[in-house]
Design a protein. Structure first.
Length: 260
């Protein structure tokens, strides 16, 4: 009897060690800037709790969510809440955000003009082609009197109701916008991609979203995993004083502000 109990204890102990080992490793998908930079801070913090964080880079806005849904990742960090909500609806995903980290204001940039008064008749303006960021871009232009757009959440260029300057709009993948800036009169670009092209929002943006933007970038996991200890540790590290200090010291000058 004693031998049987001992054997059972060994099996339970082994199973517990396997579970513990599984929970001390996390893989998070990110886009390069500033998400990778912030996750490197998080990685150092998690290491103190004996959690190894592996960071995988992606260059687009679709693969990180699909990889997370397919369990190739444990979490991702690249998107804002409206984009996540739309992806869940459009792709039938069951992903949930667990931590707001920062806000990347959307801005209008140009290699050819310095102000809105130089945006002339028939000029071409490029905007992101993913639903939420295109809507953000159009609302930004509307807020500055450039166009008028129908009411609604996910508006596109087809919902423009007034375009007094006769602007031509080109819809492109967000990551491509900095690369085609020399080919258009202006482009509305996400701060992370603008930074990759050495564009500083505070210095280079002709117009930019305010700090009250609702588009906080969030850490996302599968809905079934939100209560796992390792995910809670990831949340704590992502909203840590160290991450806030990094944003304040290194990213605020680039137009990025903390969201916690």
């Amino acid at each position: 009897m004693k031998r049987l109990l001992l054997a059972l204890l060994i099996v339970v102990s082994f199973a517990g060690n396997v579970l513990s080992a599984e929970q001390t490793k996390l893989t998070v998908g990110v886009t390069p800037f500033p998400h990778k930079d912030l996750m490197l801070v998080v990685k150092t913090l998690l290491a103190k709790d004996s959690i190894t964080l592996t960071i995988r880079e992606f260059s687009d806005y679709v693969q990180p969510n699909m990889a997370l849904a397919d369990k190739a990742l444990d979490a991702n960090f690249f998107q804002h809440i409206p984009y996540l909500d739309n992806m869940n609806k459009e792709k039938g995903l069951k992903l949930a955000w667990v931590a707001k980290v920062h806000i990347e204001p959307l801005g209008l940039y140009s290699k050819r003009i310095k102000g809105l008064d130089e945006l002339g008749k028939g000029d071409t303006v490029a905007v992101p082609n993913d639903p939420t960021n295109e809507a953000r871009a159009l609302r930004l232009l509307e807020a500055h009197g450039i166009i008028k757009v129908e009411s609604g959440e996910l508006v596109t260029v087809r919902n423009i109701t007034d375009n007094p300057r006769g602007l031509k709009f080109v819809e492109l993948e967000a990551a491509q916008l900095p690369r085609i800036l020399q080919d258009v009169r202006a482009a509305v670009i996400n701060t992370n991609f603008a930074a990759e092209a050495n564009l500083v929002p505070a210095r280079d943006a002709i117009i930019i979203e305010g700090k009250d933007s609702p588009y906080a970038n969030v850490v996302v996991v599968r809905a079934e995993d939100v209560d796992k200890p390792a995910i809670k540790a990831l949340v704590k590290a992502s909203n840590s004083p160290e991450v806030k200090a990094y944003i304040e010291q290194n990213l605020i000058p680039k137009g990025i502000v903390p969201a916690f």
